[in-house]
Design a protein around this ligand. Structure first.
Ligand code: SAH
Length: 260
């Protein structure tokens, strides 16, 4: 394969550790019935083992040079389709339903990409991603911990999050500056949380966490009064990290009902 120079603006860190590649493929455990979508295949570190095992494999790559290499390598493989596209714009629903999404993602776009994928959650069976460990810790955080906050709450409304294992920088070429981790995401059954106003919930959570050390009474004083807290069954003397996802949903739904 032609030598490719890693491009920083595309967040390129190519996996080069076979043990890690193997562990990722094992975690995904692809089968002949699966339609797998790989975001950012790069030079194909996990693409090849996926292509060997999956029924269908779609890869979505932004870098045109890498797309050309992938087309050369996979052009005549019946079960592989190469899409030259930006994953942030890509219509994942066009690939059908029951999708399994995977990727060693470019870390600079990981949060917007996760929120974009939420829109397609009904077409998704599960997702496995390599991300910055710090981001995985926030995604998987439980109430009452330092890492618990906006990201974990907003994703947790729709997905269950399981951190699988850490990956050190030397597993990549070039190595990233930070430790990475592999995370598994499973869409929750529809209706697990009934959310009346998604934007309202997002704003409520953002406002509550603007000052982590303040009580909710204080941070939310322009949003909710003592009667609202009482109606939602929440003690306003608590700090934002003490509330569970269901508490935020309840308070938000109460406020949404009031403003109608
Ligand atoms: N999966 C490969 C490459 C990881 S590097 C490996 O593990 O070795 C991240 C990859 O995502 C690169 O190939 C980069 O070009 C690609 N990429 C960056 N931004 C993208 C975007 N918006 N949409 C699709 N792919 C993107």
């Amino acid at each position: 394969m032609a030598k490719h120079r890693a491009r920083k603006r595309f967040g390129q860190h190519f996996l080069s550790d076979w043990g890690v590649i193997d562990a990722i493929v094992q975690a995904i455990s692809p089968s002949g019935d699966d339609t797998i979508v790989e975001i950012g295949p790069g030079q194909g570190a996990i693409t090849e083992p996926l292509a060997e095992r999956a029924g269908h494999l779609h890869v979505v790559e932004l870098d045109r040079d890498l797309v050309a290499q992938l087309q050369q390598q996979y052009g005549d493989r019946d079960n592989v389709a190469v899409h030259a596209a930006d994953a942030l714009q890509f219509d994942f629903a066009s690939l059908g339903s029951d999708l399994r999404i995977v990727g060693n993602l470019p870390y600079n776009i990981s949060t917007p990409l996760l929120f974009r994928l939420l829109k397609f959650r009904e077409a998704i069976i599960d997702m496995h991603f390599m991300l910055q460990k710090e981001v995985v810790d926030r995604m998987a955080a439980r109430p009452g911990t330092k890492a618990y906050g906006r990201l974990g709450i907003m994703l947790g409304c729709y997905l269950s999050v399981e951190a699988l294992f850490d990956v050190e920088p030397d597993a990549f070429s070039p190595p990233p500056a930070v430790t990475s981790a592999v995370v598994r995401l499973d869409p929750l059954p529809p209706g697990t949380f009934e959310i009346a106003d998604e934007q309202g919930l997002s704003t409520l959570v953002a406002t509550a966490f603007m000052q982590r050390r303040k009580t909710l009474r204080n941070s939310l004083r322009n949003t909710a009064d003592s009667r609202d807290f009482k109606a939602a069954g929440i003690d306003p003397g608590q700090r934002p990290e003490q509330l569970a996802i269901a508490d935020y949903v309840r308070l938000s739904n109460h406020l949404a009902g009031k403003s109608r």
